[in-house]
Design a protein around this ligand. Structure first.
Ligand code: EPU
Length: 425
């Protein structure tokens, strides 16, 4: 397995091109199942998760082609997806276990083809992550769902029907699955306490371009009037706010100065506010979001659904706060087990104490390079940040997690002055 070696201590400087958002791209690709016409997606990031989903969609019958596009940034793709007919309604265990977001084919398959058989995703490194809200909502829309041999087996006699669905907790995936399902249902669906993440809004905007009737986009109450059929569309995927925030934190940790080309600060409010309170400077300019940091104080953060502080940036924030003057408290309120990076950061000399769902970080202990192990995608990025500031060499193993969600990260950071390289197995 490949590893990443970093020699810390070099400030990040230069221009970093932000990729298309992974968590927007995945549901958008699944939306191609909703129509027999062609959906064209621009700004698709080059990621392992995208490859996995592409394989899954291909076996369902989605024909995918790369289209030449001179306007795309390096590494980004424009892809057409068309599903004239269904090859298989089954999302097999082998692909779903690689990536939980595969469950996002459930709503589209069921609403267009009246059937779906999707492997039940297991727990993962950050928590149990059940899909009960997806299933409950689809049942309310008239689907018959059973669990058989590890598979969700769902069927609908005729079209799904609109329903009023209130989420007891905010779920990005359940909102996306049910919104897709509702576009082709008979009648009106109301999704209350829906997720408001920019990726959900991006999906809603694309579905609207495909002919869906959705109101309340960007709010917690989505109203979807079902239509008989959706048509093709062309859609540009939003920039990855998590990648942008991760690199802003890497820049701040190394006390550097960077331009995040293509970042959208409108999606990064809570992160920018928190980092500004710690002393990081942000300036939106025509060529991108400029980030710099000369001195860093401790700052507290609690993860919350959007527009709150994202859970997907919690691990990176913790690595950053080890470099601050003073103490910080970081509380994880979304996932029950998202502190797997803590023991690894401690191995590098970080002073972090866990109290239930909160972590107390005492900044100012210089980090030292060490061999460390990535445990999940965002934990991997926190170790990269720690490695970029640590004295000496850090070698990170199990970096396949990183390849799932950060496109060409080593090359892009090296171009900004980081001493980082990939060690091939
Ligand atoms: N939940 C339930 N029941 C459900 C669904 C969710 O109890 O049926 C709970 C979860 O266990 C969790 C909370 O609700 O405690 C929120 O989970 P959510 O459904 O919002 O998460 P998700 O849709 O599975 C997406 C992102 C995650 C991100 C979360 C939260 C994608 C593909 N994944 O997951 O991204 O952490 O929303 O913002 O969009 C990542 O990119 O590293 C990543 C894990």
């Amino acid at each position: 397995m490949d590893r990443i070696a970093i020699h810390g201590g070099k400030p990040l400087n230069g221009r970093f091109q932000v990729s298309g958002a992974k968590n927007a791209a995945l549901p958008l690709m699944c939306a191609a199942l909703l129509t027999e016409e062609t959906l064209v997606l621009h700004n698709l990031p080059g990621l392992e998760d995208i490859k996995t989903l592409s394989q899954l969609l291909a076996q369902h019958g989605v024909i995918q082609k790369d289209l030449p596009d001179q306007a795309e940034a390096e590494g980004a793709r424009t892809v057409s997806l068309a599903t004239p007919r269904l090859h298989s309604a089954t999302a097999p265990y082998d692909l779903v276990r690689k990536m939980r977001a595969s469950v996002l084919v459930l709503g589209p398959l069921l609403s267009r083809f009246g059937q779906a058989r999707v492997s039940l995703p297991g727990g993962c490194a950050i928590g149990a992550r059940p899909v009960d809200l997806h299933l409950k909502g689809l049942r309310q829309m008239g689907a018959e769902i059973s669990l058989e041999e590890g598979y969700i087996v769902a069927a609908s006699k005729g079209r799904l029907k609109g329903a009023d669905i209130t989420f007891p907790v905010v779920s990005v995936g359940a909102t996306e699955n049910l919104m897709c399902a509702a576009t082709l249902a008979r009648g009106t669906t109301r999704l209350l306490n829906a997720a408001q993440e920019p990726e959900v809004t991006d999906l809603a905007n694309c579905l609207t371009a495909m002919g869906a009737r959705i109101s309340g986009i960007g709010t917690a109450n989505l109203v979807i009037e079902g239509v008989e059929a959706l048509h093709g569309a062309s859609h540009r995927i939003i920039p990855d706010r998590i990648e942008a925030a991760s690199v802003a934190m890497a820049c701040a940790a190394t006390r550097g100065r960077i331009c995040l080309a293509g970042a959208d600060p409108a999606h990064m409010g809570a992160v920018i506010d928190t980092l500004e309170s710690a002393g990081v400077r942000f300036e939106a300019q025509p060529d991108g979001l400029h980030v710099s940091c000369a001195h860093l104080a401790g700052a507290d953060a609690m993860t919350e659904p959007y527009p709150g502080f994202p859970t997907d940036i919690q691990a990176q924030m913790m690595a950053l706060m080890t470099t601050a003057e003073g103490a910080s408290m970081i509380t994880e309120s979304i996932f029950e087990n998202r502190f797997m990076h803590v023991p690894e950061l401690r191995r590098m000399g970080a002073a972090i104490t866990l109290h239930g769902r909160s972590a107390m970080i005492r900044g100012g202990n210089p980090l030292k390079g060490a061999p460390v192990m990535a445990t999940d995608l965002r934990a991997s990025m926190s170790l990269i940040i720690a490695g970029l500031v640590a004295e000496g060499e850090t070698v990170i193993s199990r970096i396949y997690h990183l390849d799932r969600g950060y496109a060409r990260l080593v090359e892009k950071l090296a171009a900004c002055g980081a001493d980082i390289r990939r060690l091939k197995d």
